[in-house]
Ligand binder design. Structure first.
Ligand SMILES: Nc1nc2c(c(=O)[nH]1)N[C@H]1C(S)=C(S)[C@@H](COP(=O)(O)OP(=O)(O)OC[C@H]3O[C@@H](n4cnc5c(=O)[nH]c(N)nc54)[C@H](O)[C@@H]3O)O[C@H]1N2
Ligand SMILES: Nc1nc2c(c(=O)[nH]1)N[C@H]1C(S)=C(S)[C@@H](COP(=O)(O)OP(=O)(O)OC[C@H]3O[C@@H](n4cnc5c(=O)[nH]c(N)nc54)[C@H](O)[C@@H]3O)O[C@H]1N2
Ligand code: SF4
Ligand SMILES: [Mo]
Length: 701
């Protein structure tokens, strides 16, 4: 019997788990007791990581679609050679920008880095990630306000904060171990505050819930700032020493008096004043946000609204404080910094000559091999496929036919492609079922690499089970494709995950995310280690936050107040579409498009098989809709879908909540994006309810 400590590769907490393995089988999974993130706890997804590729195991050989539409399995060599040949042909005919890939924050950083080397450095193709659907707004907000994409906190701040403000975040469902950390907070009089239009599972357990009008957050933050300034509840010393642009901000928010609160946010003056008072009275106030803020048409500025509140009240850099964005996927943080998609490895812009040279030196390549500009964003990639400009797409570890906004547009793109490659652990997903080339790979329990979690902690993914000879990891597929594309010596330093880790270490030197002090071999069986950790440094504490000295990564070392006149909602409610269609996570056991979690018996038995929405009881009564009735919802995007109506007063009268785990949900979401980051505005679509769906129609769908 062996015990192997590894990392859960679902959510961004990246809990550590001890796998007990006997005779090539995982006998038991026990949350690692001595790991600072999860301290002996985990959720059901981690505990059932053995349930992957068990019931739904694709052939371990690649699958190619033939001209007549049927499929055949071929050897790895044949599939890789043929696919590389086709890619080369397309590049020669239409140029490198006719090829694109969409990757993920769910692969270890070594795999992402290698994909970035093959496709971005060598092929000059565009590569974006599903992190665009998730974190792009936070990346931009951090860069502009702090000077680097640097979430400042450690998870321990959940336990050290006396006033925890969760904004558009539902950790009871989405980050259960983070919620566990909040519950472990024993500070007397601690307050948990939720800002969410919906009475989420977290709001139900909080001390205060502010059910604001969807997407009015930015106005709420400006009004709060105005009140805090008016009352003198600000930290002038901190503002003076560590921030810039406050005077302009002060002048700007003067136009946001308390009087407009009710009209603009649906919260009463008293509620907003109460919230301002809670912020003022808290000694260590922490602000946490996730997708309720990130996924909006003006998300970057909304996030900066939160950052401004933390800065002006001096709630930064001290234990239990911070303007803290939680990430989503296990390696979202790694993909942000080490994927060579939107910035150079280790951070820095493609047009920064000093960084370009440093990265080229670290990789021992010509500087000219590095891309000269950030990737085209996800939405533009899809638009260019539909326009016929991008001919080949390689989708790795993501399922966009389901998860992409206005997801029928992805179907349209799939139908247009000359070459559609999907690399997944399942061959029957909405995206992989009909692709031209399917590369089957093993799941995380059979490979190695490094994850960077939401608090910047690096931890080791270890092979728990042995691989069969024909089974491949993502790393091997990328490497073989690189060889077949003709990279030759350009792959010499990239042969193993450890090689790539060492290259990334070198790229990070001198950057805020410096990891030069971390040895690849030191990560397994460790407590993980947060960046930065520089060569020669001694680890004094293994739960560290940034900005303790008040110095930021901007040229002036000061954080910036950034603000802007709020936009008019580009797609407001109307008589035709009078309800807000809100979307998000449904249950702890369901993960995104459910390809993996469908294999967990306990989850399958407990969740709805078909798509459903939560509908307010009074609304249902007014429309004559019964509990569990099938209704049709039509959207401003021109599409409609059927859902089972579950009556619940957790949603307001004009709000409908749809879990994202069903493909029907994103049929209705719009092609609308945050202007700075191009992250989709997933959470507030105007819709209408069409009644009178017959059982037959319901079954047809
Ligand atoms: N079980 C499970 N856990 C997961 C995942 C999963 O699929 N399943 N996915 C992981 C990933 S990748 C991510 S990104 C995270 C997401 O984690 P969260 O962001 O916490 O999850 P969501 O349910 O998407 O959205 C959170 C809340 O935003 C609210 N919201 C909607 N509109 C607004 C608004 O205008 N203002 C405010 N203030 N709130 C609003 C919604 O009502 C919802 O309750 O979860 C991670 N964890
Ligand atoms: N309406 C709405 N839509 C949303 C959201 C929302 O809140 N509302 N949230 C968005 C967010 S935050 C996110 S992160 C996305 C998530 O959307 P996706 O990334 O599309 O969702 P997943 O189901 O996690 O897809 C991961 C795929 O990778 C496969 N896979 C698992 N492990 C491996 C591996 O080791 N290698 C390979 N090659 N494949 C593997 C899985 O089988 C699965 O097909 O959805 C977004 N979509
Ligand atoms: S909380 Fe997240 S990382 Fe931890 S076990 Fe659950 S899914 Fe895995
Ligand atoms: Mo996400």
């Amino acid at each position: 019997m062996k015990k192997i400590q590894s990392t859960c590769n679902y959510c961004s907490l990246a809990c550590n788990l001890d796998f007990i393995v006997e005779n090539g089988k995982i006998e038991r999974i026990i949350p690692t007791v001595d790991y600072p993130v999860n301290k002996g706890f985990s959720c059901i997804k981690g505990l059932r990581l053995d349930r992957q590729q068990q019931v739904y195991k694709p052939s371990s050989l690649p699958r190619l679609k033939k001209a007549d539409g049927t499929f055949e399995h071929t050897s790895w060599n044949q599939a890789v050679e043929q696919t590389a040949g086709k890619l080369t042909e397309i590049v020669e005919k239409y140029g490198p920008e006719s090829v694109a890939a969409i990757s993920t924050g769910q692969l270890p950083l070594e795999e992402m880095a290698l994909l970035g080397h093959v496709l971005r450095n060598y092929l000059k193709a565009n590569v974006d990630g599903n992190t665009r659907l998730c974190m792009a707004t936070s990346v931009v907000a951090h860069k502009q306000s702090f000077g680097f994409d640097a979430p400042p906190y450690t998870l321990n701040d959940f336990e050290l904060s006396d006033t925890i403000i969760l904004i558009g975040a539902n950790p009871v469902v989405a980050h259960p171990i983070a919620w566990g950390r909040i519950r472990a907070n024993k500070i007397e009089g601690k307050k948990v505050i939720v800002i969410d239009p919906r009475q989420s599972e977290t709001a139900q357990r909080a001390d205060y819930h502010y059910p604001l009008k969807a997407k009015s957050d930015i106005k709420l933050f400006y009004i709060l700032a105005n009140v805090l300034i008016g009352e003198g509840w600000i930290d002038e010393t901190y503002i003076e020493n560590h921030t810039e642009n406050f005077e302009a901000f002060k002048e700007f928010v003067a136009d946001y008096p308390l009087d407009i609160a009710e009209e603009e946010t649906n919260l009463t003056k008293e509620q907003v004043l109460e919230l301002a008072t809670l912020i003022h009275e808290g000694k260590n106030v922490s602000f946490w946000w996730t997708m309720g803020i990130n996924q909006g048409y003006e998300a970057v500025r909304s996030e900066q609204g939160i950052i401004n509140l933390a800065l002006m009240t001096g709630n930064m850099g001290r234990p239990g404080t911070g303007a803290n964005s939680l990430t989503g996927q296990s390696n979202a943080m790694g993909s942000r910094i080490f994927s060579n998609t939107a910035g150079l490895y280790g951070g820095g812009d493609y047009d920064n000559p000093v960084r370009r040279q440093a990265v080229a030196n670290a990789l021992e390549i010509e500087e000219s091999l590095l891309p000269t500009k950030p990737t085209l964003p996800y939405n533009v990639i899809i638009e260019k496929i539909i326009a016929g400009e991008i001919k080949a797409l390689w989708v790795v570890s993501t399922n966009p036919r389901h998860s992409w906004t206005n997801n029928k547009t992805f179907q349209e793109a799939m139908d247009k492609l000359d070459l559609f490659i999907v690399q997944d652990i399942y061959d029957d997903t909405d995206s992989s079922a009909d692709c031209d080339v399917f590369f089957p790979v093993v799941s995380g329990v059979k490979k190695e690499g490094t994850y960077i979690n939401t608090e910047r902690r690096l931890s080791a993914l270890r092979p728990v089970l042995e691989r069969e000879e024909i089974e491949r990891t993502d790393f091997e597929v990328f490497f073989k494709m690189g060889e077949a594309l003709g990279m030759g010596p350009l792959l010499d330093n990239w042969k193993t995950p450890e090689d790539v880790f060492n290259l990334m270490k070198k790229c990070s030197k001198g950057m805020p995310c410096d990891i030069t002090g971390i040895e690849y071999d030191a990560l397994p069986n460790s407590r993980g280690i947060q960046w930065p950790f520089r060569e020669g440094e001694l680890l004094k504490e293994d739960e560290r936050r940034l900005f303790e000295d008040g110095n930021y990564y901007t040229p002036s070392k000061k954080a910036k107040f950034i603000f802007e006149e709020p936009l008019e909602n580009p797609i407001p409610l109307s008589e035709e579409f009078p309800y807000v269609f809100n979307t998000g996570r449904g249950t702890v056991g369901q993960w995104h498009t459910q390809t993996r979690t469908r294999e967990i018996e306990e989850v399958r038995g407990a969740v709805s098989e078909g798509a459903y929405v939560y509908l307010n009881e009074k609304l249902a009564d007014d429309l004559g809709i019964n509990n569990q009735e099938i209704i049709e919802i039509s959207s401003i995007n021109g599409e409609s879908s059927l859902f089972q109506a579950i009556l619940s007063n957790t949603v307001a009268y004009n709000e409908i909540y749809a879990p994202i785990h069903y493909v029907e949900t994103n049929t209705l979401t719009p092609s609308l994006y945050d202007s700075y980051s191009k992250e989709p505005s997933y959470k507030t679509t105007p819709v209408q309810i069409v009644k009178g769906v017959t059982k037959n129609e319901a079954n047809k769908n």
